[in-house]
Every structure is written in structure tokens, then in C-alpha cells.
Write a new protein. Sequence first.
Length: 310
Amino acid sequence: MERLAARLIDLVGRTYVLNGHTVNIGVSVGVALKRERTQARDLIRDADVALYEAKRAGRGRDRFFEQGMDASLHERRELEIDLRRALALKQFGVHYQPFLDLATETVIGFEALLRWNHPVRGNVPPLQFIQVAEENGLIVKIGEWVLATACMTAASWPGELVVAVNVSPLQFKADTLLDTVASALSRSGLPAQRLELEITESALMDDTDNVLVALHALRDLGVKISMDDFGTGYSSLSYLQKFPFNKIKIDRSFVAGSNADSQAILRAVSGLGSSLGMAITAEGVETPEQLARIPNNAARWCRDSTPAGR
């Protein structure tokens, strides 16, 4: 059965040319095996649960139903209901985390971080609910709220302090990001150059051309663009060539690492940022030892004092 599922995924999930247009087909397979006295409706339900798990694991996967999967799915559905309620009842909050210029040791801006204090669940970690929000599309509405809230708050800050806001790949696919950003800036009165949008490579991977068009339009507004989690994907350098980012945020794993490889990567990114004229944020600097590992020749490095478990 496993071989059959894998073969179906391979044969159907290919690239086709239809009327001169290239079409990519993806396949996920959920399998449930009939047990003694299993009813047809239960078998279909179990296969559907397995299919959901296959899709959640990524494209082109297969999963066989196992006991406990339905309980996990029920919990996710309850979380989705709570997310919709939280958005309607304004249960979300935004925390602001400073990032520093190492050359002057002064705060130059804050990153807006989404937080959820559930009346029963308590403080729900972002890692538990962000993925669910992305899977059901709620992240678009949540992202719009975070952006509007962050811009309104930052408009009251003194000087030229910048606010950085994460943008989900789904916000690009919704084709409303440019209007959302323009509206948030207009309503808050925040100058565009004080807003920094952070994107990950996953936003660029699915529809690079359209995303690049959107990024250039955002830059034309005056908004700064930052690549988040730099170094964790396989094509970071090609994206830097395609689009002139204002900043690179190197992933915390390289900052936390104390081995020679991590040090070499930090030095390489330092040189890269200097050559391309991009600011570099070292994400997750929490100790003097980590701070000391950041190359001292990189005057434009910034320290992002992200607490563990962000």
C-alpha cells in the first residue's frame, strides 16, 4: 500500500503543459485500512483525517491513519475556532522588542511581535497558533490588524524610531498587501521610511515574480524591506541578487552557535552586508558571549535582543 501511494504521488504530481501553459500538479494521499467491524463512513472519515495530516506535513506526502490522529485534528479545530473568536473579540496583543545599533549602543527601532492571551488557555506561544492561522487563511486578517496597530503605536514614538512587522507569504498571495500598507500608513500618519517589513524566503519561493513586483511597489512607497531568517533556506543569495533588501536578519541559530562554522558564517554575512550596502541584524543576542562573537568590523550590525522561545 505504501508503494502504491508513493507511485500515485509520483505519477500524478508532475508538471504538465496544457494549451501552451505549464501546470504544476501536487498530490497528497491519506490512507485508512479497514479494521474488523469498521463502517464505511468511519473508514472515509479516518482516510480524510490521514489526508489532512499528509497536507499538513507538506506537499507530495502520504500518511496512514493512526489512533490519536482524530484527537489531534479535533484539538486543531478547537484552536481554529478560538483563533476566529480572538480576532473578533480583540484578544490579541502586540509586544515591541528593541533592536540596537552596536556602533552607538542606542535603540533604533522595535519589532512588533504578536501575542495571544487566551482567557482559558493562557498565553499561547506563537509557534502553536501561527501555523494554524496560515493554514486556514486567518493570518491575512491577523496580519492586517498587527500592521495597523504597529503603525499607530509607532507614530507616537519620538524621533526616527523604526517599527518592524513580519509579513506572511499568504499576505502576498492575497494581493491586498500594498493597499493594506498604504492604508495603515495613511491612517496612522507614520512616515513610510519608519516602517520595515520582514519577509522570509517562503514568501518568494512560490510566486517569485509577483512577490518581487509587490516588493518594488512597497519600496516605491518608501517602506524598508528586510529578509528574515537569512541562511536557513537554500536560495538566500539568489534572492539578494533579485531584490535590493534594506536589511538581512541572520537566523538566531548562527548567533547561538559557538563552533567554528557559525563563526565563519557570521564573518561571511558581515562581509556580504558591507559589500551590498545592507544593514545586518544579529537575531537573538542574549548573552555577552554571543555579542562578543559578532564581527567587530561590521559597524552596521544591529543587536536584536529576542528572548528565547519567541
